[in-house]
Write a protein that binds this ligand. Structure first.
Ligand SMILES: Cc1cc2nc3c(=O)[nH]c(=O)nc-3n(C[C@H](O)[C@H](O)[C@H](O)COP(=O)(O)OP(=O)(O)OC[C@H]3O[C@@H](n4cnc5c(N)ncnc54)[C@H](O)[C@@H]3O)c2cc1C
Length: 431
């Protein structure tokens, strides 16, 4: 008797979007598919909590990693630690180079379904002077470097400039309407929540360490309004508070030309003087993906609101690498992973169309540290055409931020569906 192989789902990337998609596919499609996940790292990096570790003087590498192998094995998901080199969408093959050991030969895997969840390349390497004069909080190396600078005698109390380089959004989400009459608009910065977060927590750092007043801080944005995706009303309230403290705010800034010992120099020649330059760079599509015919004008993967590529419905994208993910935040990756799981289950006959075809309605859901056990909480969809705009500040959001990471690790990344609802309830109703 011939045993028919199950369809093979290949997931590229194992952070929020990739792990979430693989787990949701297993949950909804059950044993109807074989799943393989490829990532060059064998751990999930909990990026959103790196800034808090840095500002509370902890080395983030000790707290923000979750091992992928046992987590995936528990769901019978095969794991390959490798760097993806090439995707051949005609022959449905992915070429990869194992990174577990040096000297390995390239290998390839065939797929029936492909989920691309490889995030984006954060281009610090394109900011002249960054290596010598820049700081950031988006990974373990830079996080620890900033922690040492702030707490081990590096920082001398000079001006602080915080902001983002220009993001170059492609045309891949044009015409999509997530809410009636809404759209996925253009942003000139990929992810500015952490910029707001670093602004308030640096203010607190200065106060706590007796190194000066908030007027040492300047926050800048390439856009008309910083983090507009968090809801214009919310951001205006936030800016009123920040500028009321004395923090300087500059909008519509040209791109960063270079960092120097003296400050941040912009295209056109203006320099904002700074001893500490806290920068997020441009988010750029990975080289191995950007020229594929499934990509938009900037190399981000084109999908509809069910996360499928329109020309290749066997290909999904989720998270930062998807054109529709704007801003580039993990909360939206989480919503997209849920959709990918339902769509594969639909194709496998494990879910009906009504349940599966729930299109993406992005919500910006973000909790940012403000220092001293306080945080701000934002839930908003107005930027996409929805009606909700909530901003809260205080101790409850801080506890929620910490508890969410703990709950994520405790449940191997499977935060129960009600996790966000509880957070929403606690933040919005309890205080
Ligand atoms: C400082 C900071 C704070 C943030 N705070 C928040 C927050 O509070 N809330 C929020 O919602 N979002 C936040 N974000 C955004 C959030 O971190 C990202 O949106 C999220 O990590 C995107 O998930 P992803 O899985 O799509 O991509 P990534 O997290 O970038 O993961 C991509 C994965 O693909 C793998 N990969 C990449 N290339 C290859 C390759 N060639 N071969 C094999 N594997 C590869 C990587 O190793 C990685 O595991 C923050 C971002 C930053 C920088």
């Amino acid at each position: 008797m011939e045993i028919k192989a199950k369809p093979h789902v290949l997931v590229l990337g194992g952070n929020f979007a990739g792990l979430g998609s693989a787990q949701k596919i297993r949950e909804y499609a059950g044993d109807s598919v074989d799943i393989t996940l490829v990532d060059r790292r064998d751990y999930l990096l909990f990026v959103p909590n790196i800034p808090t570790d840095v500002m509370e003087n902890r080395d983030p590498s000790k707290h923000q990693r979750m091992q992928l192998r046992p987590v995936l094995a528990g769901d019978d998901i095969h794991f390959v630690q490798a760097t993806v080199k090439k995707v051949d969408i005609e022959s449905r093959q992915v070429e990869f180079l194992p990174t577990e050991r040096p000297g390995a030969e390239c290998e390839s895997l065939h797929y029936d379904y492909l989920v691309i969840a490889m995030g984006a390349h954060l281009t610090y390497d394109r900011i002249p002077g960054f290596a010598e004069f820049g700081h950031t909080v988006s990974d373990l190396f830079h996080g620890e470097r900033l922690r040492q600078y702030l707490f081990e005698g590096g920082y001398k109390g000079g001006p602080i400039v915080i902001g983002a380089a220009h993001f170059h959004q492609g045309d891949g989400a044009e015409g999509l309407q997530p809410y009636p009459g809404g759209s996925i608009p253009y942003l000139k910065a990929a992810c500015e929540g952490p910029i707001l977060e670093m602004t308030t927590s640096m203010e607190n750092y200065l106060k706590r360490t007796g190194q000066g007043t908030p007027d040492k801080i300047t926050v800048f944005t390439p856009d008309e309004i910083i983090a507009a995706d968090a809801g214009v009303k919310n951001v205006e309230a936030f800016l009123k508070m920040a500028t009321g403290m004395g923090i300087h705010y500059r909008n519509n800034m040209p791109d960063i030309a270079r960092l120097t010992a003296e400050g941040v120099e912009f295209v056109g020649g203006e320099t904002l003087p700074a001893e500490l330059k806290l920068i997020l760079p441009d988010w750029v599509a990975h080289d191995c993906l950007r020229d594929l015919p499934i990509c938009d004008s900037m190399g981000f993967i084109k999908t509809n609101l069910l996360m499928r590529n329109p020309e290749h419905p066997e290909i999904f994208a989720a998270g930062d690498c998807a054109a529709v993910t704007m801003p580039k935040i993990g909360g939206i990756a989480h919503q997209e992973a849920e959709i990918v799981g339902r769509q594969v289950a639909l194709d496998m006959g494990r879910m009906d169309a009504e349940e599966a075809n729930q299109a993406l309605q992005p919500v910006t859901f973000c909790i940012g540290d403000m220092g001293e056990g306080k945080a701000f909480y934002v839930r908003s969809n107005t930027w996409f055409g929805g009606q909700d705009d909530v901003l809260k500040m205080g101790r409850v959001p801080y506890r929620l931020k910490m508890s969410y990471r703990d709950l994520f690790f405790m449940t191997n990344g499977k935060v129960p569906g009600f996790g966000l609802n509880i957070a929403q309830f606690a933040a919005e109703k309890v205080f």
